[in-house]
Ligand binder design. Structure first.
Ligand code: ATP
Ligand code: MG
Length: 772
């Protein structure tokens, strides 16, 4: 038998070796579900299954890449290359491009990201003159999104009076009309939003039996990771594709279902046995990831949920240290504690930054943590939140690129038609928009035909519009033969984008130019990488698809060593030796918006379970006594989840009573009013030290241990040594000579003349320089 099979335990081996049929693996965190999928694919290939006939769906593209790398090691790179692996969105975007014409879309359709979609909805609400406080565009967007994920098309919406009634009850009687208009505008712009990638795939497979057959025959073996978080739309796609051969293997953990708020349907996992014939059910019980303390603590939490499948999770790993709980006064202190603790752990245990993750419930919590990490000079990377591709200057460049690939792309056009300023004002745009609606054409087409239309647009404006359209067309022609980098490089120069930022001259302006350079570098890398692939050539269209579907998790090349910061939702499936879960406060985690029903609360608890089970060696839980929320300093209560962790697995850093969760209600169990003044006492006043507690001897020992006895953090080399005249090396700009140094502390800057980059002004705190 192949040697890699020996790297599985008996329970894992069974689903790997069952070649055909439908099977489901249900198992707790860290028990090797993802490993089973990976090895199963390798095994199938060793049994003569063609890589082209295997489809594997993962939660992130990064996960897909990691699996592919592992498989390549077993079966060889050239074979592994042909596997179809990726997220639902990336795989089906690819298929939709092949088949786009059947649905009336251009094969170069644009993929609208959430921001684009929301912007379209905002303008519809404005054009329909609706009250924007009633029709909040984000709410409207998520409503439409949930319709799409439930396969409720516009037509289906209007056929079902109950839906209209429900929206009317929610004070949005015209939601259907917005939905309809939104769909029309996207279609006219040749654009699909994220949900369309699934909805249109369903439409494709339903309406065209020959297409369905083609892909059924192609994907004879289908594997799905994180099956518990598939939504209805994804479920139907998998069901349709696997219907003929029924060779389907799904793995999941109901206790880690955390996307119900986005339509994930836990019933998909519960009903799997009914959906296919002769379903084999496998269970894995041994956790290989975490220490006994972590596994047991996680079990003690999830036990509190009523809705769950009974499961056993145990581990043969070491007991490990207990879970540390600490209370801090403010989020600033919380950040400092985490940064200090990471620093300590690194020193004491010779660890890398990449061994640490900091997880939070909401993106907004990252700021205070970031500040503290920066002060300690600990490099970190934020996943999610405002990613690189969402920065303004990057979106501007991307908009030009999108537009030249798909001139109908309305969101892209609006973004750049007058940026940099070309004297094309809002009134002109309004006229063009109205004409577009009237003739059912895109704005770009209207401009192309402007001389034949009576639009009351002056001659000089028409010339400006003409110039713009001609510029875009010249890029389109260039893109027909040139690779993505050449096109992007030309676009940033010819459009005047970079010149515009240079005029700006502020540090932000300079940072923006550097970001654009970074984008160009990224495109260059991408092109090089694509050229190695069999079925790609590094075109701009390929690049845009990659960007549209990339989460920044996917961009993690793992080549530099940083602490990972992310929301718990994003951390699903990942593992880190040390995990800090911060902000364990009532109203924040569990989220105040998810405490209304038991099922919402249970989802929050599963989220906590996911967070804790990411840790291999040690977990830390922190909460603060007060926190700024919505611009106000509020008293914070410790999360009920802290108390739910069986205390034998926990080490409290301050007296345990303080961690007791106090329900946020006005009366206690006897019906008496809770003395709120007590709560208020905890509210810190400026400059007041935290209330004194007398720590026990063991806590004191622990605290003492935490006090650094170790050397000072490694000072940024740049900061201490760099002098005018030094010769340094920069990863990107090559060798350079320091011309001047200015500013102090955090703002210290150096002006350096680089061989490859010319003169740059770099913030030393960020600049990665090497002395030579
Ligand atoms: P999650 O529910 O968090 O997605 P999972 O069930 O997918 O977890 P994996 O990520 O596949 O679990 O495995 C967890 C860790 O245990 C990984 O580091 C994996 O390499 C390791 N592992 C799994 N099975 C074995 C085994 N039989 N022997 C040694 N290590 C294993
Ligand atoms: Mg997994």
């Amino acid at each position: 038998m192949e040697s890699y099979i020996a790297e599985l335990n008996d329970a894992q081996r069974a689903p790997v070796l069952q070649k055909d049929g439908a099977m489901i693996v249900i198992a707790g965190a860290g028990s090797g579900k993802t490993r089973v999928l990976t090895y199963r694919i390798a095994y199938l290939m060793s049994q003569g299954v063609d890589a082209f006939n295997i489809l594997s769906l993962t939660f992130t593209n990064k996960a897909a890449r990691e699996m592919k790398t592992r498989i390549a090691k077993i079966v060889g790179n050239s074979e592994a290359k042909n596997l179809w692996m990726g997220t639902f969105h990336s795989i089906f975007a690819k298929i939709l491009r092949f088949e786009a014409d059947k649905l009336g879309y251009p094969s170069n359709f644009t993929i609208y990201d959430t921001q684009d979609s929301q912007s379209v909805i905002r303008s519809i609400i404005k054009d329909m003159r609706l009250d924007k406080d009633v029709y909040k565009y984000k709410q409207v967007y998520s409503r439409i999104s949930s319709y799409k994920n439930s396969l409720i098309t516009v037509k289906a919406y209007f056929q079902n009076p109950e839906l209209k009634e429900a929206d009317a009850m929610a004070k949005k009687p015209r939601l259907g009309e917005i939905y309809q208009e939104y769909v029309e505008r996207c279609f006219k712009a040749g654009a699909m939003d994220f949900d369309d990638l699934l909805l249109k795939t369903n439409e494709l497979l339903n309406r065209f039996p020959e297409v369905l057959q083609k892909y059924q025959n192609r994907f004879r073996y289908i594997l799905v990771d994180e099956y518990q978080d598939t939504n209805h739309s994804q479920y139907l796609i998998v069901k349709a594709l696997s219907d003929k051969f029924q060779n389907i293997c799904v793995v999941g953990d109901d206790a880690q279902s955390i996307y119900a708020f986005r339509g994930a349907n836990i019933n998909n996992i519960l009903n799997f046995q009914k959906d296919y014939e002769n379903v084999q059910m496998y269970r894995l019980e041994q956790n290989y990831r975490s220490t006994k303390n972590i596994v047991n603590a996680a079990n003690s939490i999830i036990e509190k949920n009523k809705t769950k499948l009974e499961k056993v999770v145990w581990t043969a790993n070491d007991e490990g240290p207990k879970i540390v709980v600490n209370r801090l006064l403010t989020d600033g202190e919380e950040g400092r504690f985490v940064a200090g603790s990471i620093f300590e752990n690194k020193m004491q245990n010779q660890l890398n930054n990449g061994d640490f993750a900091i997880l939070y419930r909401t993106n907004a919590q990252s700021r205070a943590i970031e500040d503290a990490l920066r002060k300690k000079e600990i490099p970190y990377r934020i996943y999610g939140g405002l990613s690189f591709y969402q920065r303004k200057e990057i979106k501007d460049v991307l908009a030009y690129l999108r537009l030249l690939i798909n001139p109908k792309d309305e969101e892209a056009l609006k973004r750049v038609i007058n940026y940099p300023a070309r004297g094309i004002g809002q009134t002109t745009m309004d006229k063009l928009s109205i004409a577009g609606n009237q003739y059912g054409k895109s704005i770009f087409e209207i401009i192309e035909n402007i001389d034949h239309l009576d639009l009351k647009i002056t001659k000089s404006t028409r010339t400006k519009l003409d110039n713009f359209v001609n510029m875009i067309k010249s890029f389109t022609i260039l893109a027909e033969n040139a690779d993505a980098f050449t096109v992007a490089d030309t676009v940033t120069k010819k459009t005047g984008l970079v010149q515009e930022l240079k005029k700006d001259g502020t540090p932000e302006g300079i940072a923006r130019i550097e970001n654009i350079e970074e984008l160009l570098n990224g495109i260059k890398d991408f092109v090089e990488g694509q050229k190695e692939l069999a079925d790609a050539n590094g075109s701009l269209a390929e690049f845009l698809e990659d960007v549209a579907l990339a989460t920044d998790m996917d961009k993690d090349t793992g080549d530099d060593d940083r602490v990972a910061l992310m929301t718990i939702h994003l951390a699903k499936g990942l593992e880190f030796p040390y995990v800090y879960i911060v902000g364990l406060e009532e109203d924040l985690f569990p989220s105040g918006m998810s405490m209304n029903t038991r099922s919402e609360l249970e989802e929050e608890r599963r989220l906590f379970y996911v967070a804790l089970t990411r840790a291999e060696k040690q977990a830390y839980l922190t909460y603060t006594q007060s926190r700024y929320r919505w611009g106000k300093l509020i008293d914070a209560e410790p999360s009920r989840f802290i108390e739910e962790v069986d205390e034998q697995y926990v080490d409290y850093m301050i007296p345990q009573d303080d961690y007791k969760y106090k329900p946020l209600i006005d009366t206690d169990i006897f019906g008496d009013e809770v003395d709120k003044s007590k709560l208020r006492q905890t509210k810190p006043k400026k400059g007041t030290p935290p209330p004194a507690h007398k720590p026990s001897e063991s806590q004191l020992r622990k605290l003492r241990k935490l006090k650094p006895a170790s050397p000072e953090p490694e000072k940024a080399r740049n900061e201490i040594k760099l002098e005018v005249g030094n010769v340094v090396e920069h990863m990107r700009f090559g060798k350079g000579k320091v011309l001047a140094i200015s500013g102090v502390g955090q703002d210290k800057k150096a002006e350096i003349d680089f061989e490859n980059g010319g003169i740059k002004n770099l913030l030393l705190r960020f600049a990665k320089l090497k002395f030579i």
